[in-house]
Design a protein around this ligand. Structure first.
Ligand SMILES: [Zn+2]
Ligand SMILES: [Zn+2]
Length: 169
């Protein structure tokens, strides 16, 4: 979402704006567009615009165990400062922020929340995505999805050298 903050930058410190977010974008880099909904609050601070967003999106993930696709609700919450690159009163360029990862307000006084949303959406994706807690996974021999029932493969033959260990489990 692109927001023009030229007005807000000219208002006193502490001024706020609220925005409703409802837009579709490729937020987790899988080529799919997911609708992201929620609210963003913009706060004029001494040196920046502080953007605080609470968003939700329903994304499609691939289960780590059974490789099936499933929908997963993502909560995307963040608070990030956007630093001006141009002085609002004079129009002269400002020195770039020291924090290289800092978000910036462009020379037209626009804030683009897309990159922040993408970064925080990616962080919200579980490292080990499971379609359900007790996902049975795939049979290692025939590849059948064991959530849909047992396969016809013979029971696992255990190397006798390991059998002592499996008894311990
Ligand atoms: Zn699964
Ligand atoms: Zn099998």
């Amino acid at each position: 979402m692109e927001i023009n903050v030229s007005q807000l930058l000219q208002e006193p410190i502490g001024s706020i704006r609220d925005y409703q977010v409802d837009e579709a974008a490729d937020i987790i880099g899988d080529g799919n567009k997911y609708t992201t909904r929620g609210e963003c609050h913009l706060l004029r601070t001494q040196r920046s615009i502080l953007v605080k967003c609470a968003l939700n999106a329903d994304v499609e993930l691939t289960c780590n165990r059974c490789l099936s696709k499933f929908r997963h609700p993502l909560k995307i919450n963040f608070e990030e400062e956007f630093l001006p690159t141009v002085d609002i009163a004079s129009g002269t360029p400002l020195p770039l922020p020291e924090e290289t990862s800092a978000f910036t307000i462009d020379e037209h006084h626009n804030i683009d929340t897309a990159e922040a949303i993408r970064q925080y959406a990616l962080m919200a994706v579980p490292m080990k995505a499971l379609c359900r807690k007790d996902c049975a996974g795939l049979c290692q021999k025939c590849g059948k999805n064991l959530n849909q029932g047992k396969c016809d493969c013979p029971a696992e033959e255990i190397d006798p050298r390991w059998s002592a260990l499996t008894k311990l489990q």
